[in-house]
Structure formats: structure tokens, C-alpha cells
Design a protein around this ligand. Structure first.
Ligand code: ADP
Ligand code: MG
Length: 626
């Protein structure tokens, strides 16, 4: 018979499976059972929505049977089955498999861990078997097909007889090797414990034949063997169970089995709502950012079940964008099974559930922040940016929900702080919440603009994410305190001699400043005596709404409109350099031009802005040196 080859990617994955580390291998059973359960779901769903079919609870099950002598393990299901084409495309092509969400190059490299946490569907059978035989008859078909493969060298497919609709998977379990034992996958007790561990909540019975011994009647030391079929799983889906009966590990197993993520969730939220709308939900806050999270490819959504039957695998309407990182499922009796995507969007029940879920997530994040700061920071590290986008988007409509979940690095605390923490320790004379924007904490630490605010002893929030300033502009004020950039024209720190000094300096040097402004022809809005500089000779500040950081970000966007911040060149009149400027103004205008350009360029460099003509700048420095 003709041998067909697996697709290249499937082959690589197969190699990985076959060589996977031992401790992971038991999950093959979870994968095969989950496929069987999916297949029964499909026929169940059809039966519920198609009157021609009848769903008889008893005739739908999964069966696991081990034949020790022949080293054969069989997993049978009465699900929807596969046609010849489906066998080929589902089992011959890895790209078809929904489990390969991680087929990215880099992640395949440390595939071993992925297998440990996830498994990769059907192919995991090759971790324990030399030969895998799948016999399947699809619903509505009277022919069946047998698909067979030894892994690496492709598969064969041929017609066979099969009495009933469904699928039978036969694994020829590998021989033990010197350091690996495969026998255990033929031991009933071991199989039973694997099923209990991973597949307990499967909604259909997972049956096994068991044999037990009991004393013969009227006899004390003679025993007889009883053969019977036993259902191993409790069949209660985890979301219908009582929270008290569940351990953190149960939730983690569920998270892994469902492939919600590659990590361990930071937190689970189990909801059993019994009010205006009845539903059960299990939600997870992942620990790590999915590789495609901040890309367009990422799809948010929760699994949606109608009374135990999966009706949609990514229901986007259940989550606001700012919580798009949340994974999990919702099951409600109040939703119709036949509901279409379009109708669902306008469904009142669904809207209620979504609203409910949103506020649950908010309150759970709040309590995480309060009760387990370390974990919250871990979460914030991954998804804080998404929350900030949330504040910014929809014209700030969600800022009230989100502002107390935000954190920023504090100049004083040298760690992340909340807005509430900031405001609650503001000295009485402090009017504003001060922030400084820059690329990194280290760079902001060195910003000349922070000098006065820091000297006043005020705390400064460091904005290192592009979105930060935009988000804050949406919030505008927190607990009646407005936000103020340390680079803004008016810092709101008054009553100082500085102020007066600066004002008198301003008057005294009016002509010098006007001359310098002229020299910089249009590059700056103004040249002024600085109120904020202490040790640095020069810096840029801005008048108006657009700060320099915002200008940078806006101009990095694809179709930027050339937005410009209104820049002000500030000079430290107490610095030696200023004396040099004054002298030059009196005696040598040529020199003053040179100094002006130099200082302007320095200020640009400090801001991390490009200097128009680097060659001119270096030439200027050389002129001074000689
Ligand atoms: P996934 O379950 O994530 O889609 P798998 O590799 O586990 O990926 O399975 C691939 C596909 O093969 C399934 O999506 C399904 O269409 C089909 N399949 C696997 N096992 C069965 C089964 N027992 N009955 C019917 N179809 C199955
Ligand atoms: Mg699967």
C-alpha cells in the first residue's frame, strides 16, 4: 500500500514527541480523551439542534482498555467520527491542529517544556506507542477507514469495516528500554489515576473494565473474580463543582488541559452566579504574555458554553479590550444553543454576563494588588501596559475602573507605586502630581528638569512606557490633583525666591534671550531663565499640551502629522556658562551664536531628540577647543 508522508512541520513535531522526556508522557491519554470528548460534543450538539438525531445519554461514552499481553491500549469513543478526508487532513497535517498555536520557531526549540504543560494533541500518542491505528466511521457514512502510522515514516489509509459511528484508537505500546518503563501505561491502576488527574471533569463517562476479587459466598478463603465496567471520571465539569472542593492544582490542570496558556496562571476566578443571570465561569489571569499578545493576531475571548455544550471557543463580547489577557470559560443555562454570533452580540443575557465578569475581574485585581503586591507586580509587568491602553482608549471612558490598578515607578520609593499611594503622602504645599517621561528609569534619573521638583522633596512618577503620558492626559486629575510634567513651562512651585530671581533675571537679560531666540530661528518658542535648574546649565521645557515625549511618539507613528511640542530653551542663570553667554553678548556676537547653537544641541541630546546636523555640532565643539 502507498505510504503518504506527513507534512514537514508535522514531522518535526513528531520527532519532538518521540524524544520527549519521560515525565511528560502520561499526558497522551489526556489528549486522546479530550479529542474523544470533543468528538462526542460535536455529535451531541448536532443531536440537540437536529430533530432527526436523538441523543441518548447512555450510548455516548469513551472507553479505555488495556491488553497487557499484547501491549495494546485502546481508546474508543462514540463521537462524530472522521471521514477519509478528515483522517488525512486532521491527522496528517499538523497545521490543521488547533493545538499548534505555538508553532513559532523559537518556541518549538524548547518544545520539551511545552509538551510538559500542554501536550500537542493527537501526536502525543507517539510518545508511548510505536504504532498508532485510528479506525473511524463518520456520522452519516456507512464506510469506515483505518489510518495507521509508525510515526516518522508517514501513514497509510484504507477502507475497513466498522459497525458503529465513532473512533477507535489503538496504541501499540513501546517496549521498555533500559531506563524507560512503558509498562505502566498498560496497568489499570495507573491508567485510572491518569484519567482522574487530567480528565475527571470530562462530561461523558470514561469507562474501564475492572476486575475485582471478592470472597465466595459460604466460603472464607475462596475468592471469585468479578468483571464489571466502571466509570472512572466524576463527569462534573470543574466549573460546576464547589469551590471548596477544588485545589489550586485542579485549576492549574484545567488551565493546562484547556491550553489557555503556556504558563501557570497568577490567579483564578471562579464565579457561580445565581442572580439576574445564571452562569458559571472560571477565569484565569495568566502570568506571562502570550507571544502574540501585543500584535494584531492576538484574539481575545472566552469559551462560551450553553448548559455544558461548547458553542463558541472565543467569545470576544465577554471581555473588554483592556482585560483581553483574561482566559477562561463561561457556561450559562440561559443562553440558547442555536444562537448565532450576530444575535449573541445583542443578547441581553450575554451583556449582563459580560458586565458582571468585568467587575469581578476588576475587584479581583484590586484585591490582588492589596493582598499580594508581589504577584500583582508580576501581573503588572506583563499586562500593565494593556491597562494603560484601556485608560487611554474610548476617550477615557474606563478610567474610573482602571486608574486604581495603575502603577508607576517612583523617584522616592524606587519601586512601583499606585496613584493613591502617591497622593496620600503628598506634602500639603504640593499642588500637582509630578511626572517625568523618558526612555528608562536611569535616563530620567539624570534629567535636569527634575532638579527643582526633587529638591523640593516632591515625589516624581517615572513614565517609561510610550502610552503613559497619553493615559495620564485622559485621567487629567486624580483625587483632585492634576498631573504635571516636570518639563512643563509652569511647574506650579511658587513663592520662591527662585521665582523672583528668575523674573528679575528675565528682565535683566531680556535682550540676550531675544537675541538667542532669533539665532535659533523658529526652533524654539522662547528662551528663558530657568526656575528649575540647579546644577545643569540648560534644558528644554514645553509650553502647552504636547510634551517632548509625546512629540517623539506621535512622530514615530506611520502617518504622523508632524506634531511639534512648543519647546522652550531654559538657561540656568546661576551657572558659569551663563556668564560666558553674557560676556559674549557684550563683546563677541559670533561667539554667542556658536554658544547658542551648542547649548540648544546639548538640550536636544539630553531629551534624546535627534540633532539636525551632527557634523555642524561636532565642528562647533572643535571651534571651541582651538
Ligand atoms: P486539536 O484537538 O487541538 O484540534 P488534535 O491533534 O488533538 O488537535 O486533533 C486534531 C484533529 O483531529 C481534531 O481537531 C479532530 O478534528 C480530529 N480528531 C482527533 N481525534 C478525534 C476523534 N477521536 N474523533 C473525531 N475527530 C478526532
Ligand atoms: Mg486535541
Amino acid at each position: 500500500m502507498e505510504k503518504k508522508q506527513f507534512q514537514a512541520e508535522s514531522k518535526r513535531l513528531l520527532d519532538m514527541m518521540i524524544n520527549s522526556i519521560y515525565s511528560h508522557r502520561e499526558i497522551f491519554l489526556r489528549e486522546l480523551i479530550s479529542n474523544a470528548s470533543d468528538a462526542i460534543d460535536k455529535i451531541y450538539y448536532k443531536a440537540l439542534t437536529d430533530d432527526a438525531l436523538r441523543f441518548d445519554q447512555d450510548s455516548y461514552y469513551i472507553k479505555v482498555a488495556a491488553d497487557k499481553e499484547n501491549r495494546i491500549l485502546t481508546i474508543t469513543d462514540t463521537g462524530i467520527g472522521m471521514t477519509k478526508e478528515e483522517l488525512e487532513s486532521n491527522l496528517g497535517t499538523i497545521a490543521k491542529s488547533g493545538s499548534l498555536a505555538f508553532k513559532k520557531e523559537n518556541e518549538l526549540k524548547d518544545g520539551h517544556d511545552i509538551i510538559g504543560q500542554f501536550g500537542v494533541g493527537f501526536y502525543s500518542a507517539f510518545m508511548v506507542a510505536d504504532v498508532v491505528t485510528v479506525t473511524s466511521r463518520a456520522l452519516g457514512s456507512d464506510v469506515a477507514y483505518k489510518w495507521e502510522s509508525t510515526g516518522a515514516d508517514g501513514y497509510t489509509i484504507e477502507p475497513v469495516e466498522k459497525d458503529s459511528v465513532g473512533t477507535e484508537i489503538i496504541l501499540k505500546i513501546k517496549e521498555n528500554t533500559e531506563d524507560e518503563n512503558y509498562d505502566e501505561f498498560l496497568e489499570d491502576y495507573r491508567l485510572r489515576s491518569i484519567i482522574k488527574k487530567y480528565s475527571d471533569f470530562i462530561r461523558y463517562p470514561i469507562k474501564m473494565d475492572t476486575t475485582r476479587r471478592r470472597p465466595k459466598e459460604d466460603s472464607e478463603n475462596e475468592y471469585e473474580e468479578i468483571h464489571e465496567e466502571q466509570t472512572i471520571n466524576s463527569m462534573v465539569p470543574i466549573w460546576r463543582k464547589n469551590k471548596n472542593e477544588l485545589t489550586a492544582e485542579d485549576y492549574e490542570n484545567f488551565y493546562n488541559e484547556k491550553r489557555y496558556g503556556f504558563d501557570k496562571p497568577i490567579k483564578h476566578i471562579h464565579i457561580s452566579a445565581d442572580g439576574a443571570v445564571r452562569y458559571n465561569a472560571i477565569l484565569f489571569i495568566p502570568e506571562k504574555i502570550p507571544f502574540d499578545y501585543y500584535t494584531k493576531e492576538y484574539e481575545k475571548g472566552l469559551e462560551l458554553y450553553s448548559n455544558g455544550v461548547l458553542i463558541m471557543s472565543k467569545c470576544a463580547d465577554l471581555l473588554p479590550d483592556y482585560y483581553s489577557f483574561v482566559k477562561g470559560m463561561v457556561d450559562s443555562e440561559d443562553l440558547s444553543l442555536n444562537i448565532s454570533r450576530e444575535i449573541l452580540q445583542h443578547d441581553r443575557q450575554l451583556k449582563l454576563i459580560a458586565k458582571n465578569i468585568k467587575s469581578k475581574i476588576t475587584s479581583q485585581l484590586q484585591s490582588l494588588l492589596k493582598d499580594d503586591r508581589e504577584k500583582y507586580e508580576e501581573f503588572y509587568e506583563s499586562f500593565g501596559r494593556q491597562l494603560k491602553y484601556g485608560v487611554y482608549s474610548d476617550f477615557g471612558a474606563n478610567k474610573d475602573t482602571l486608574q486604581d490598578l495603575l502603577m508607576f515607578y517612583s523617584s522616592k520609593e524606587k519601586k512601583l507605586v499606585t496613584l493613591d499611594e502617591y497622593v496620600s503622602r503628598m506634602p500639603e504645599d504640593q499642588k500637582y502630581i509630578y511626572y517625568a517621561s523618558g526612555e528608562t528609569i536611569e535616563r530620567i534619573d539624570k534629567m535636569p528638569q527634575t532638579e527643582l521638583v526633587a529638591e523640593k522633596g516632591y515625589e516624581i512618577l517615572y513614565f517609561t512606557d510610550e502610552i503613559d503620558e497619553f493615559a495620564i492626559k485622559m485621567i487629567m486629575s486624580y483625587k483632585e490633583k492634576e498631573f504635571k510634567s516636570v518639563s512643563s513651562g509652569d511647574l506650579g512651585i511658587e513663592a520662591e525666591e527662585n521665582q523672583e530671581n528668575a523674573n528679575s533675571d528675565e528682565n535683566e537679560n531680556k535682550d540676550l534671550f531675544a537675541y538667542m531666540k532669533e539665532t535659533l530661528s523658529g526652533k524654539v518658542k522662547d528662551v528663558r531663565a530657568s526656575k528649575r535648574l540647579r546644577s545643569h546649565p540648560v534644558c528644554l521645557s514645553t509650553d502647552g499640551e504636547v510634551t517632548i515625549e509625546m512629540e517623539k511618539i506621535l512622530n514615530a507613528m506611520p502617518n504622523s502629522q508632524g506634531v511639534r511640542a512648543e519647546k522652550v530653551l531654559e538657561l540656568n542663570t546661576n551657572h558659569e556658562v551663563f556668564q560666558a553667554l553674557k560676556d559674549a553678548f557684550e563683546k563677541d556676537k559670533e561667539k554667542l551664536n556658536l554658544y547658542t547653537n551648542l547649548l540648544y544641541h546639548q538640550a536636544l541630546l539630553i531629551e534624546g531628540l535627534p540633532i539636525g546636523d551632527p557634523v555642524e555640532f561636532t565642528n562647533d565643539i572643535c571651534k571651541i577647543m582651538v
